[in-house]
Write a protein that binds this ligand. Structure first.
Ligand code: ADP
Length: 491
């Protein structure tokens, strides 16, 4: 692919990279939200379990201590430790939970049980204590800062079940070590997964865009090739897919075809015009040269040459005017949008004019319209179309000088017919009479003042107003031109 050209200061960033980045970012957001929700649900559940285990253990130990001691005096570190590690002797053979030693009944290794005497001195601890005694605490579980992270703690007052005397205090800590271990592992796994997801999504996005956007490269290459050489016959290669990009490729091809047609038409037009202008210019030049050599003193030659030059200049004048009309006719749908005219009035007007100007012809108007019908055509243009058709009918009728004009309507359109009984047009010529500069008999048409542009002007005007023009003709019997135009309905 050729190097991308950009305006100064603009950096080219491939759509594929943008796509890959977009996909990666999208996945990142989705993953983070998902991971956070999952981790939060998981940790909440874990913490609830830890809390529960702390409370159960505290309740069990309290119950065992309260029921085992009668007075504060018996409550010393040795007997408390004994109670923690020995099963009650009379229950040695029973296996129930309540008959195990306290240490055995504690299943959670993160728990540290601290027993204090009534004065708050530490009598016994099952592990490393992180907190000092939190007097005044109730039976609630609190989350407080330990040595390195937050821990759970709960506090109970110990009271002999038999005497009701305060024995001391119990403070149970849950260091949440396994919880933080789980949390760290979870965070690490999430992070690794996140990196993996971003890389995979980015790669997938890039690969997908590479495959899906490949036609863009073909379109780009074609446009660049045509820009460098507008007459190059290159098109976007056919794609075996049916999506927006194949549609775009097709549209680019159609646009290039149309552009090519315009270029061809332009070239053809210039060559036609030069060809048409060459004849009068050659004639004028011939006469002027002749005058220059011999005619200065020959009034007869002078007179005939001036007449010929005048005739040719007026022909050139009409040719230029018709070419102007032709080029203007191409833009009627833009420049004359919203114009309207009453078709009955225009047709009647032209019919009356022709009847007056050509008294040797028999004109007949067959009007089927019962009321006035409006067409979306600028008045002068409708008149111009009718004049072109009537002029031709007059020009190409030699023997039977009769012209019929008809006016009728269909559901949504109105039809104007101009029929003559003159020389007619053969089927091969009939296909081409609407082409620019086309004349069936060039010499004869020229003699009659024709440039071969009348019918092409009429066709462009009619089509510019979304109508149609057609021809039915038979050589030697006459021709019928039909113009159909849409009707403007009054609301
Ligand atoms: P021109 O100015 O030469 O008449 P047009 O475009 O109006 O050019 O017509 C093109 C050619 O079609 C004419 O040269 C003529 O040969 C043929 N033509 C047009 N109208 C008629 C007609 N009513 N009868 C016979 N031939 C016609």
């Amino acid at each position: 692919m050729s190097k991308r050209q950009l305006k100064k200061g603009n950096r080219f960033v491939s759509l594929k990279v943008k796509w890959a980045l977009g996909t990666a970012l999208g996945s990142l957001i989705i993953f983070v939200v998902l991971a956070m929700t999952l981790v939060s649900a998981f940790t909440t559940d874990l913490l609830r379990q830890e809390r529960h285990s702390l409370q159960t253990s505290a309740a069990t130990v309290t119950q065992r201590l309260d029921s085992s001691f009668r007075t504060e005096k018996q409550f010393d570190s040795q007997s408390v430790a004994g109670l923690f590690y020995q099963r009650p002797r009379h229950l040695e053979h029973e296996g129930s939970y309540y008959h195990q030693s306290i240490a055995q009944s504690l299943s959670n290794a993160d728990l540290t049980i601290n027993v204090y005497d009534a004065k708050g001195r530490l009598l016994f601890a099952t592990g490393k204590t992180q907190l000092t005694l939190r007097r005044g605490a109730d039976q609630q579980v609190h989350r407080v800062w330990g040595t390195s992270h937050q821990i759970y703690v709960t506090y109970r007052r110990l009271k002999s079940q038999s005497t009701g005397q305060t024995l001391g205090y119990l403070q149970v800590e849950n260091h949440l070590t396994s919880y933080y271990q789980h949390l760290r592992r979870l965070r690490l796994v999430s992070l690794l997964l996140l990196i993996l997801v971003i890389i995979a999504a980015g790669l997938l996005g890039y690969f997908l865009s590479f495959v899906l956007l490949r036609p863009l490269d073909d379109i780009h290459d074609t446009v660049v090739a045509v820009r460098n050489d507008p007459v190059k016959d290159i098109r976007v290669p056919a794609m075996k897919r049916y999506d927006e990009l194949s549609e775009l490729g097709q549209m680019v091809n159609e646009m290039l075809d149309q552009m090519q047609r315009y270029i061809d038409q332009q070239g053809q037009f210039i060559s036609d015009v030069s060809h048409e202008l060459r004849t009068p210019i050659t004639i004028i030049q011939g006469h002027v040269e002749m005058l220059d050599r011999w005619g200065k003193k020959d009034p007869k030659l002078l007179d005939s040459s001036i007449k010929a030059v005048l005739q040719e200049t007026s022909r050139m004048n009409s040719l230029v005017q018709e070419m102007l009309d032709l080029s203007r006719a191409e833009e009627v749908d833009v420049n004359f949008k919203g114009s309207e005219s009453v078709v009955n009035d225009v047709v009647t007007h032209v019919y009356n004019d022709y009847k007056m100007v050509h008294p040797d012809f028999m004109f007949m108007l067959d009007n089927d319209l019962k009321e006035k019908v409006k067409v979306p055509v600028y008045h002068d243009h409708l008149e111009q179309i009718l004049i072109i058709l009537c002029d031709n009918a007059v020009k190409y009728s030699d023997k039977r000088k009769e012209i019929h004009i008809t006016l009728s309507r269909n559901l949504n359109s109105v039809e104007i017919g101009v029929q003559d009984f003159g020389e007619g047009i053969g089927p091969e010529d009939a296909k081409r009479v609407f082409d620019r500069f086309y004349r069936v008999d060039k010499a004869r048409s020229r003699k009659k003042g024709g440039n071969g542009l009348g019918l092409s002007i009429a066709k462009r005007l009619v089509e510019g107003y979304h109508g149609t023009i057609s021809l039915e003709s038979s050589l030697g019997y006459g021709s019928l031109f039909r113009v159909t135009l849409p009707i403007v309905e009054d609301d």
